[in-house]
Design a protein around this ligand. Structure first.
Ligand SMILES: *[C@@H]1O[C@H](CO)[C@@H](O)[C@H](O)[C@H]1NC(C)=O
Ligand SMILES: *[C@@H]1O[C@H](CO)[C@@H](O)[C@H](O)[C@H]1NC(C)=O
Length: 365
């Protein structure tokens, strides 16, 4: 069954390869009525006049003065050095004003060698992304292929929804992949070869669902949890490790801790300050690279809630008396202490009076 499947997939693959190479050879850049020129090169536009001796007139976008070119004896238009400014429609007419030929001239550059980066978000698939290194001004396509252990080339699949990217499915570990990203346009082609093992390009997606919570009665602690990136298959062989970075919102320097768990307790948070936290992931055995940092989470360690309540009570009282909260504030914070002191001294006074009364009563009795 499985051998049938592999056989079938081989056949499919072979068909795909032949289909692509056929489409490559059949897809030339020759479009009807379009001529491509390289910046700085000479270009000759043919008029196709039947009798070579006839006098013809060339027009550029309708106007008859073409200072950058001259008409040959055969009626062709010679442009000794073309640039982007001479792109446009060229048409040649005979003496009676009849259109003989019309052509669109496009001018640009040959492809440069594209810059390519490949990344595996897990151990089963990887993608390569590329950028052209030259703005060629011309229609461009990319031929993307790879060889596994120097076997026959296979296609790295491109997806119209993600331009400048191709993907390889079911990639194998400990095998050498040789990518060939070729940029092609009507003036030529340029390729870049990249050779690697999948484990060296592994870079997980950032961990997800990061959350941080205060721990009751622990003013310097935060409980942090997160989850594996959804793109990382949960398999016992391929674990991730994590690093957590955190700082108070108002500080610049991060503190970092590394862990293999999906949770951690920060024990050196700043009391009463809001903290920013982020987490990133890497293959447990240090293959490849750290992921990007996750989205931020924010949290403030637990703070005693009694003080703020009494402060607000007192400030309510004072605002009814005097509408100047800013001046009152420092005073307010001392007030509860004064209240307590007053209560205590009243209590002591009452106690003393009670004792004196009791003593007098005892004496009289
Ligand atoms: C490989 O990529 C495809 C398409 O992106 C996805 O459907 C598949 O789940 C991936 N395989 C693994 C094992 O992640
Ligand atoms: C890369 O691919 C292009 C286009 O298919 C091909 O012309 C070129 O020879 C390849 N280069 C290598 C080194 O395989």
């Amino acid at each position: 069954m499985s051998s049938l499947a592999t056989c079938l997939s081989r056949v499919m693959c072979f068909l795909a390869v032949t289909a692509v190479s056929m489409s490559l050879s059949s897809h030339t850049w020759k479009e009807e009525g379009v001529v491509y020129g390289r910046v700085g090169d000479a270009v000759t536009l043919r008029c196709n006049s039947r009798n070579a001796s006839s006098v013809v007139e060339w027009r550029f976008n309708g106007s008859s003065s073409i200072a950058w070119g001259f008409v040959t004896k055969l009626g062709d238009l010679d442009l000794p050095s073309v640039g982007p400014s001479v792109m446009g429609n060229y048409s040649c007419y005979n003496q009676s004003g009849e259109l003989l030929h019309s052509v669109l001239l496009k001018v640009g550059y040959s492809p440069g060698i594209p810059s390519v980066t490949c990344r595996a978000a897990d151990y089963h698939n990887f993608s390569c992304l590329w950028n052209s290194s030259v703005e060629t001004l011309l229609p461009t396509r990319y031929i993307t292929s790879y060889r596994v252990d120097r076997n026959i080339p296979e296609i790295c699949l491109q997806d119209v929804r993600h331009p400048n990217m191709c993907s390889v499915r079911n990639s194998k570990l400990w095998t050498s992949y040789q990518m060939n990203i070729t940029e092609e346009n009507p003036l030529g082609s340029s390729f870049r070869i990249l050779e690697f093992h999948v484990q060296s390009i592994v870079k997980p997606d950032p961990p997800q669902i990061l959350s941080a919570e205060p721990i009751p009665y622990a003013p310097r602690r935060l409980q942090v949890t997160w989850a594996y990136p959804s793109t990382w298959p949960q398999e016992p062989h391929f674990q991730l490790k994590f690093r957590l970075q955190y700082r108070p919102v108002l500080h610049m320097l991060w503190s970092t801790v590394e862990t293999a768990n999906l949770t951690d307790i920060i024990t050196d948070a700043f009391m009463g300050m809001e903290h920013i936290l982020q987490v990133s992931a890497r293959d447990f055995l240090d293959a490849g690279n750290w992921s990007e940092w996750s989205v931020e989470a924010r949290a403030t360690p637990w703070t005693s809630t009694e003080m703020p309540e009494s402060v607000s009570e007192v400030s309510n009282e004072t605002t009814t008396e005097e509408p100047e909260p800013q001046v009152k504030k420092p005073f307010d914070q001392n007030d509860p202490v004064e209240k307590v002191a007053l209560m205590i001294s009243l209590g002591i006074f009452a106690f003393v009076v009670l004792v004196v009364f009791l003593a007098i009563g005892a004496l009289i009795w």
